[in-house]
Design a binder for this molecule. Structure first.
Ligand SMILES: Nc1ncnc2c1ncn2[C@@H]1O[C@H](COP(=O)(O)OP(=O)(O)OP(=O)(O)O)[C@@H](O)[C@H]1O
Length: 332
């Protein structure tokens, strides 16, 4: 879908992209990077709106340097910033964008109704957009990117400014753009964690260079770690400690860390699962201590953990990069 080869973009004082080589296939791909990493610059080059300083890029097999107009016919674009005229309604605006993309009047009106329904705008689509909430504006921006039935959409920070519920809804919509319509998606975010559930593939850039590109499942590979949470009891007022001792005595290897940011954090034991018998040992130990078993589940890495300093130590290149930490902070 998208390929770049040693793509660079230099502004007088900043190198926004530095010899970036990427190959992005169909599906939903997340482009992650801290603010200023070069995401928007890359999107503008891919749309043929801004020339690269060096290197090459193609979208749907078309060269961005020579085929910008043809690319924009087949690609939808949702810009990052607020760009909606306040005095017109969503319907008027999206119909206009559909007409600009070459759809005849009737098809433009029908497609507008379909896409606005898809993004969840109903009665309010006839009201002037100046009175819309941020979430509604983001939905209109998504609708205008979809209205001409593109093969690929480039979504620049679509969750910006949304509250957690709005973010989840937008990420769900983005996923459905692919599952319902078969449109491939490149979606940018500065939040590593939020792309985990939405994207098949994640590309991480920093300072205009590629940090990592791999499938989401490779990022979040299942680990042989079990997370176990238990209740306390009258006999064992600190059930977690009692279970830790019992499991250690039974020869189970426990990890030092706790899971952070989850309900019950600090009460969740992380231990190494050495086959099915570990589950039995945990079950028996919990029963003997008279504790309640709240959860016992196999852990998966979260994308953000891949960039934590201790995780970086396990990476082939070994080094924790300052930018990794910056992204981890934003990912929380
Ligand atoms: N027209 C421009 N002139 C000069 N510098 C620019 C221009 N556009 C972008 N830059 C610089 O290029 C770098 C990359 O910017 P870009 O907007 O691509 O980052 P980003 O990853 O999209 O971040 P954000 O989410 O904050 O927009 C930044 O340092 C930015 O200041």
């Amino acid at each position: 879908m998208i390929a770049t080869e040693s793509l660079s973009k230099r502004f007088p004082r900043v190198t926004a992209l530095d010899r970036l080589s990427l190959d992005i296939g169909p599906g939903v791909t997340g482009l992650v990077g801290a603010n200023g990493a070069g995401k928007s610059t890359l999107i503008k080059i891919l749309l043929g709106l801004s020339p690269a300083t060096e290197g090459r890029a193609s979208v749907l097999g078309l060269d961005v340097a020579t085929s910008g107009a043809a690319i924009r016919e087949q690609v939808g674009y949702m810009p990052e910033h607020d760009c909606l005229p306040p005095d017109v309604s969503a319907t008027e605006f999206v119909v206009h964008m559909a007409r600009m993309s070459g759809l005849p009047p009737t098809a433009a009106r029908e497609r507008t109704a379909d896409t606005l329904r898809h993004v969840g705008l109903y009665e309010e689509r006839y009201r002037p957009m100046g009175g819309y909430s941020t979430g509604m504006k983001q939905r209109v921006k998504l609708a205008q990117a979809l209205v001409h039935d593109p093969k690929l959409v480039l979504l620049d920070e679509p969750t910006n400014g949304l509250d957690p519920v709005g973010r989840d809804e937008m990420l769900g919509l983005i996923r459905r753009v692919h599952t319902d319509f078969g449109i491939s998606v490149l979606v940018t975010s500065h939040l590593l964690g939020e792309l985990e559930r939405t994207c098949d593939h994640v590309v991480v850039i920093d300072g205009g260079t590629l940090l990592r590109s791999s499938s989401t499942s490779d990022f979040t590979q299942a680990t042989a770690t079990l997370a176990v949470e238990v209740t306390d009891s009258d006999v064992c007022p600190d059930g977690t400690s009692a279970l830790r001792e019992a499991l250690t005595a039974a020869g189970v290897t426990l990890h030092a860390g706790f899971e952070e940011g989850l309900p019950g954090a600090g009460h969740i034991l992380l231990l190494e699962a050495a086959g099915e018998e570990t589950y039995d040992i945990v079950r028996d130990a919990v029963a003997e201590l008279g504790l309640g078993l709240v959860r016992m589940e196999q852990r998966r890495h979260h994308i953000a953990e891949v960039f934590r300093p201790d995780a970086a130590a396990a990476r082939p290149d070994g080094a924790a990069r300052p930018a990794d930490n910056a992204m981890e902070v934003q990912a929380r």
